[in-house]
Design a binder for this molecule. Structure first.
Ligand SMILES: C[S@@+](CC[C@H](N)C(=O)[O-])C[C@H]1O[C@@H](n2cnc3c(N)ncnc32)[C@H](O)[C@@H]1O
Length: 205
């Protein structure tokens, strides 16, 4: 199931198969990102908006010494992801149904963001389904909420983006690596220092 994108897609309901390539991380990119997110044994990674679990499942399979948690607003996708984790007998991955911003981000070492809020911007066929109320204001609020949580995270926190998340990580993060994934970029950001409230206010972060 994790040998190729086609093999993964075959496990999805038909309605998701046709959208998979647009919304879910390619297997090869997931492996690449996982290595950047969890270079040491014992690290825990949050996938913000896990979809049908494709990133988390491929990452957990590639790096059995790390733990991957996927949080996802859509219950149907969480059920698919959980079923696939069971089929693959993966014990280092779990999926949570809910809003990423209701979780405590301080329990994670690293964060994966594959443009999770982009759907809020488009009222067209790009959408995964019609279950979410879309509003460009939600996009801005979500991007800001990510930046606030990353600003509060500890030094050493790793963030990998694929197609970004709508902004850069806040002050205190350095772009440590850029890898090309086909025509797209995988970026690794690492928090290198604490930023005082005064400095953050001066930079509007
Ligand atoms: C582009 S898909 C990425 C899926 C997965 N990370 C992957 O790469 O295979 C983004 C997902 O984020 C979810 N999402 C958007 N906002 C969210 C939020 N606030 N909390 C949890 N999930 C969210 C959407 O429902 C969608 O399934």
């Amino acid at each position: 199931m994790l040998s190729s994108d086609d093999a993964f897609d075959e496990q999805l309901p038909l309605s998701l198969q046709i959208k998979s390539s647009m919304h879910f991380t390619p297997i090869e990119v997931a492996r690449q990102a996982a290595a950047l997110l969890a270079p040491e044994p014992g690290m825990s990674v949050l996938d913000v908006g896990a979809g049908a679990g494709k990133f988390c499942l491929a990452a957990a399979f590639a790096i059995p010494t790390a733990t991957f948690v996927g949080v996802e607003l859509r219950g149907q996708l969480v059920r698919v992801a959980t079923r696939l984790a069971t089929q693959l007998q993966l014990h280092n991955v779990r999926f949570v149904h809910g809003d990423a911003f209701d979780l405590d981000w301080s329990q994670f070492d690293s964060f994966y963001l594959y443009n999770p809020f982009a759907e809020q911007l488009f009222e067209n066929a790009f959408r995964l389904d019609r279950s979410l109320t879309l509003d460009p204001l939600n996009f801005d609020l979500s991007v800001t909420a990510v930046r606030v949580r990353l600003a509060l995270a500890r030094v050493g926190t790793r963030v990998v983006t694929y197609h970004g998340f709508g902004a850069s990580p806040p002050l205190g993060y350095d772009l440590a690596r850029v890898e090309q994934a086909g025509s797209d970029r995988v970026e690794l950001w690492i928090k290198s220092r604490e930023v005082s409230p005064e400095e953050a206010a001066a930079h509007d972060v």
